[in-house]
Design a protein around this ligand. Structure first.
Ligand code: RTP
Ligand code: MG
Length: 156
């Protein structure tokens, strides 16, 4: 079956370190939008994990600031499921820059909880392929039994 637009579409939502204290508000926002949290994990990314996660941005001028920020405290990773969840969650996040979000999407997560252009409260996968990669990144399905399945992530 074609997953595009299906009720079972999944995406990866990250609550970035600057917004982890607002997790309750963000869960309320997800609930109001009929997005279901099907997996969740709080973890502190290592430098190398943050570099891997954002490897597509490695040549951008903000890359080291981004990795510094993403490793500055715990993040909350969630798999979301719902009709058009990839676009729906990015719409709830709002524009990348919280200052722009404050002008153009005042109710968005980034307008409400973002800090600045790098510290912008949340991340959402931007395609079906990215969602598949990013859900697997935080919730690997291939690891066998035993502690190695989870030991790669730091407890908070
Ligand atoms: P994300 O990937 O985190 O969901 O955000 P996005 O698609 O809206 O933005 P993207 O262009 O993919 O950028 C990834 C993250 O890098 C930081 N950033 N800083 N200072 C800057 O100009 C700048 N641009 C991007 C943000 O944390 C952004 O979410
Ligand atoms: Mg992006």
């Amino acid at each position: 079956a074609n997953q595009l637009g299906s009720k079972e579409e999944r995406t990866l939502a990250l609550v970035k370190p600057d917004a982890v204290s607002k997790l309750g508000d963000i869960l309320e926002t997800l609930h109001a939008a009929n997005l279901i949290v099907t997996k969740a994990k709080m973890t502190k990314l290592t430098w190398s994990q943050a570099v891997d996660f954002y490897v597509e941005h490695q040549s951008k001028p903000f890359f080291s600031n981004l990795v510094q920020f993403m490793t500055s405290g715990p993040v909350v990773a969630m798999e979301l499921m719902g009709d058009g969840s990839i676009a729906a969650w990015r719409r709830l996040l709002g524009p990348t820059d919280p200052a722009v979000a404050g002008r153009e999407a005042r109710d968005s997560v980034r307008a409400r909880f973002g800090t600045d252009g790098v510290q912008n409260a949340g991340h959402g996968s931007d395609s079906l392929a990215a969602a598949a990669r990013e859900v697997e990144f935080f919730f690997p399905s291939t690891a066998g039994p035993g502690p190695s399945n989870t030991a790669q992530y730091t407890e908070c």
